[in-house]
Design a protein around this ligand. Structure first.
Ligand SMILES: *Cc1c(COP(=O)(O)O)cnc(C)c1O
Ligand code: SF4
Length: 376
């Protein structure tokens, strides 16, 4: 017993010592020290032996990697800690139901080149990297992201940029992945510069979860390099109020100060952010940090995500409890990436009650009915 106790304390001490070291602020150090085995996470968090039994097999199927920074946000005393559930493998990831498919949005059929997903007429997605600082257990691109899965090459990215150059209808380019900020500063700047040199590309967006999982990546040097190519929008992926820390808030402030308009896309996750108090706190923290909540995604029908999925109606109910009760622009659009490849479909509460003679009845956010005359 005494041995176990000492082991736990020494793990937590490692994490505390790491946090005090100047290396903590260096993203290369964070990447190099990622925790990739459940036993290692258990030791660092001081969890009792066997607490993460079953996680190893899930980690073999879907790779695990957690930055020391993101691991340090876990509340080791709470088995249902939202950060823990998003970062530490769970045996439930191996459960598959017959409805589940690897690529429900059929992205692969909209992929003319390895680095391109071209689903919409005037905009597309170019993959910068298929690696991420921390692998989300709820990832919707698990078929492509992480571990031994093949990454896009620089040649693939070049071919993608050439495709955009040749397609004059493309006015909006989303650099995503995986996480494109896993690339080094030289390469990410080259990509953004080359896109900016294309006359028909009006808008460049970068999708990155690093403000959440490795905020050290948002360095002044990176921002000085990228802000030359504005308008460059940054979309990030906060899911829970506990992901706000002095470090992540500083990363957001630096991005906003450098002129990057900020958006956030969350995934609606059962037991993590599917109640109104958590969701309200999340979106209010985002706007306080100058981030506009953009999309709230219904959790996709992928194998192994069932324990994260809510009924489709849950997102609509949440919006109903938020619209009118908090800042209008704090409310994200709830979308489902249509199974079968239809693209994003927005779902919203209905404020229409009924058609009556010469009027329609509408209800307001408090549920009170208001007749509106429809005659001219
Ligand atoms: C979401 C997405 C986009 C961007 O769509 P917006 O609704 O404009 O944010 C572009 N391409 C693909 C493949 C996407 O999934
Ligand atoms: S950051 Fe995005 S792509 Fe990477 S693991 Fe998380 S959800 Fe998947």
């Amino acid at each position: 017993m005494a041995d176990k106790g000492n082991g736990a304390v020494s793990g937590q001490k490692d994490l505390a010592d790491w946090k005090l070291s100047p290396d903590w602020a260096d993203w290369h150090w964070q990447l190099a020290h990622r925790i990739t085995r459940p036993e290692e996470a258990a030791r660092l968090l001081g969890l009792p032996e066997g607490a993460l039994a079953g996680a190893a097999q899930a980690a073999e199927t879907y790779p695990m990697a957690v930055t020391p920074y993101y691991l340090s946000l876990i509340d080791a005393k709470d088995a249902n800690c939202p950060i823990r559930r998003m970062a530490i493998p769970d045996p439930a990831e191996l459960n598959v139901t017959t409805d589940d498919i690897e690529d429900p949005s059929q992205e692969d059929s909209y992929s003319p080149l390895p680095a391109i997903i071209h689903r919409y007429p005037d905009r597309l997605l170019i993959t910068g990297s298929l690696e991420c600082a921390t692998y989300c257990r709820h990832c919707f691109r698990k078929r492509k992201v992480g571990g031994k899965r093949e990454n896009v090459s620089l040649a693939d990215i070049r071919a993608g940029i050439a495709y955009i150059r040749e397609n004059e209808a493309i006015r909006d380019v989303l650099i995503s992945g995986g996480d494109p900020l896993m690339l080094n500063d030289d390469i990410i700047e080259d990509i953004v510069r080359e896109l900016r040199e294309i006359p028909h590309v009006e808008l460049i967006r970068i999708g990155t979860r690093t403000p959440v999982t490795m905020p050290q990546r948002i360095s002044d040097e990176l921002l000085d390099r990228l802000k030359k190519y504005h308008p460059v929008w940054v979309n990030t992926h906060f899911n829970h109020p506990r992901e706000f820390s002095p470090e992540s808030e500083r990363a957001l402030a630096r991005l906003a100060d450098a002129g990057f308009p900020l958006g956030n896309q969350s995934v609606l996750l059962k037991g993590i952010n599917d109640n109104v108090d958590t969701m309200r706190e999340l979106i209010q923290l985002l706007v306080k940090n100058r981030v506009r909540p953009y999309y709230l995604y219904h959790c996709d029908y992928l194998p192994g995500l069932r324990h994260f999925r809510t009924p489709l109606s849950r997102g609509i109910e949440l919006l109903e409890q938020l619209i009118g009760f908090t800042t209008g622009f704090a409310i994200p659009t709830y979308v489902i990436d249509a199974p079968g490849g239809g693209g994003k479909i927005p779902l919203a509460p209905d404020y229409f009650v009924k058609n009556a003679k010469d009027e329609i009845i509408l209800k307001n956010f408090e549920g009170t009915h208001y007749p509106v005359h429809v005659t001219e």
